[in-house]
Unconditional design. Structure first.
Length: 388
């Protein structure tokens, strides 16, 4: 596959520069890749972005021809056509005009989202370290034709800071994207310092999936930036035990070495059919995160509507409840996340009663499709698209 020195391989920028991003390069990396599939990837990339780092490719199981195996959990998540395919299901991104997570009324600036009273999200780069087939931020990150890409001009940034200053109820700022850690350390430090200078901001959170796709991004300077500016929490995204490697452990160890082992590390995990909707897989993932990597499994998220490969990845909500109930007496409570759905009006903790509750009802719509009616955090009744 890729050739590089040991020093190059552990350079996060080298990993990004050498990411597989186009159908034209597939044959260079995988000489026996089927031409029919390569052409299908070419059609996919006409409207969508994709990219896989050499590090991630190295973790993938290979088939007898040396190609990424279509049943490998990382292939399924990140490799278009070979791993996941777009579909036209009613809850797919391609089905009409989806209700995106970002509602227009929540976006006072192109990069600032104010959904919940006491926190805001600052969406920095629109790019990602990889582009997963279940991503609900597809408009901002993957879709070349959406027109939703953010541009962090000086004016947009100052307008965003001003908004936070003028809303004293905002006590937490979450950096997301895309992936914030695609920014250089100097730029990242400027952004975090600007936010930390706002008196009403008491907590700062950084969300990233760098540890899955490019753990070398966690370098000494980055850890120092997070420590000096008192970043409160790292929101880390993992989906399968295979993503928890020795390189991830080494990256996390830098926090201890640089005197910031106290930073909270919380995992947000999507429930993905065929990838991790299995008691043994989830139990191993949760216990490895907790016992070996000192990461708290925080949320298990039901696969969101309006994702590209909805039919492939979305289970039923009740399936998630059943999995949670089977695990809750098998592993320590601290290693068990809460199960949640993420509705466009806000996330909601799923009750673990398999038949629902008076405020969380499993129903059918007029076309006999499964839905959930629930009372949200504002006390309003909402409808969520479920799966069989």
């Amino acid at each position: 596959m890729y050739t590089g020195t040991e020093r190059e391989w552990s350079d996060w920028r080298w990993q990004e520069r050498n990411s597989l991003r186009s159908s034209a390069k597939i044959r260079e990396v995988f000489p026996q890749f089927p031409e029919e599939e390569r052409q299908q990837v070419a059609e996919y990339e006409r409207t969508r972005r994709w990219g896989i780092t050499p590090y991630t490719l190295s973790l993938m199981e290979k088939d007898e021809l040396g190609n990424p195996h279509p049943k490998d959990p990382l292939v399924m998540q990140t490799f278009p056509v070979r791993g996941f395919r777009l579909d036209g299901a009613r809850d797919s991104y391609g089905a009409g005009k989806p209700v995106n997570w970002e509602l227009p009324e929540e976006m006072p600036t192109p990069i600032l989202q104010h959904k919940y009273t006491n926190k805001v999200i600052l969406r920095m780069p629109s790019a990602c370290l990889a582009y997963c087939g279940y991503c609900f931020e597809v408009e901002r990150t993957e879709d070349k034709e959406s027109g939703r890409e953010s541009s962090v001009t000086s004016q947009v940034w100052q307008d965003s800071l001003r908004y936070v200053r003028e809303h004293p109820e905002v006590m937490e700022v979450i950096f997301s994207g895309g992936d914030l850690l695609l920014l250089e350390n100097s730029t990242l430090e400027e952004r975090i310092a600007d936010v930390r200078a706002i008196l009403n901001v008491r907590a700062v959170r950084v969300h990233t999936r760098a540890l899955t796709f490019n753990p070398f991004r966690i370098d000494d300077k980055l850890v120092d930036v997070l420590r000096v500016h008192r970043v409160t929490e790292l929101g880390l995204h993992f989906s399968h035990p295979n993503e928890l490697t020795a390189d991830v452990k080494e990256a996390l160890e830098r926090f201890n070495e640089r005197g910031y082992g106290s930073i909270l590390k919380m995992a947000q995990i999507p429930l993905l059919k065929g990838v991790n909707d299995d008691v043994a897989v989830l139990e191993e993932l949760f216990m490895k995160l907790y016992a070996e990597f000192q990461i708290k499994p925080y949320y298990l998220y039901h696969g969101l509507p309006w994702s590209p490969a909805a039919s492939q990845f979305r289970t039923s909500v009740r399936r998630g409840v059943q999995l949670m109930n089977r695990m809750k007496h098998r592993i320590p409570s601290v290693a068990l996340p809460v199960f949640a759905i993420a509705h466009h009006k806000g996330k909601h903790i799923v009750p673990l009663e398999e038949e629902g509750t008076p405020e969380f009802k499993y129903e059918k719509d007029e076309a006999e499709n499964p839905i959930i009616r629930f009372k949200n955090w504002k006390g309003d009744w909402e409808v969520y698209l479920d799966r069989e």
